[in-house]
Design a protein around this ligand. Structure first.
Ligand code: ADP
Length: 222
């Protein structure tokens, strides 16, 4: 099974991706995490992409393809959840091609949506654990002890691109570059829209309902 999550920054993709991979035993391809890892390792790719991430611009497609294609090869036997990739039409077409070479297709493309005011609030209040990557929110999903990861007990961090100017730019880039994926996936008949309002479990319930329905259909047609 290959599932894709897209939506504006702050909509809760990362959180849902983490919950879904655990629930359905999938591996997660988060292009943002792959890029941040390269930056933290100061690898040649990391050095090239650092400025793009800091400013909230999209990283050039060829760099993304390099990371994604090696991930797909390494994980060709696994169910995959795509989180934050593809981010524009070229990337979407490239993903179709790469999957086709492996005899695979995308099962469902979920667009998560939320109004802009809520998005900005979620991003401003977002914190993450630098050790395990768990995501917290100081208002909707606070850690048990303020500023400390519940699991690792280390101090939570704020992403460098979660500041007001960069947040605005990322939202604009989302509307211009990523939203056209809606029509693309509608034309492939795999598009599903998910309301991202409410707590993590509520949103997970909405996505899971669609995933379970898809799994049932697949079983029946086999
Ligand atoms: P968010 O969706 O909250 O912006 P991500 O972790 O998905 O967070 O991405 C962070 C940054 O990484 C983006 O602002 C962009 O610079 C870069 N990035 C992530 N995925 C891609 C992609 N598929 N193509 C180009 N740039 C990307």
């Amino acid at each position: 099974m290959r599932i894709l999550l897209f939506g504006p920054p702050g909509v809760g993709k990362g959180t849902q991706a983490q919950l879904l991979t655990e629930k359905y035993d999938m591996v997660r391809l988060s292009s943002g995490d792959l890029l941040r890892e390269e930056v933290s390792l100061s690898s040649p790719i990391g050095k090239k992409v650092e400025q793009f991430l800091r400013k909230g611009h999209l990283v050039p497609d060829d760099i993304i393809y390099e990371l994604v294609d090696s991930f797909l090869l390494e994980n060709k036997e696994s169910d995959i959840l795509f989180d934050g990739f593809p981010r524009n039409l070229n990337q979407a077409r490239s993903l179709e091609k790469s999957l086709a070479q492996l005899g695979q297709t995308i099962d469902i493309a979920f667009e998560m949506y939320l109004d802009e005011e809520d998005l900005i609030k979620r991003l401003t209040d977002r914190r993450y654990c630098p050790k395990c990557g768990r995501i917290y929110n100081s208002t909707t999903n606070p850690p048990k002890t303020e500023g400390i990861c519940d699991v690792d007990r280390v101090k939570l961090s704020r992403r460098e691109d979660d500041n007001p100017d960069v947040i605005k730019r990322r939202l604009t880039i989302y509307k211009d570059e990523t939203r056209p994926l809606v029509n693309y996936y509608k034309s492939l008949n795999i598009y599903r829209r998910i309301d991202a309002k409410g707590n993590q479990e509520e949103v997970l319930g909405r996505i899971s309902e669609a995933v379970n329905g898809h799994i049932d259909n697949k079983c029946r047609s086999n």
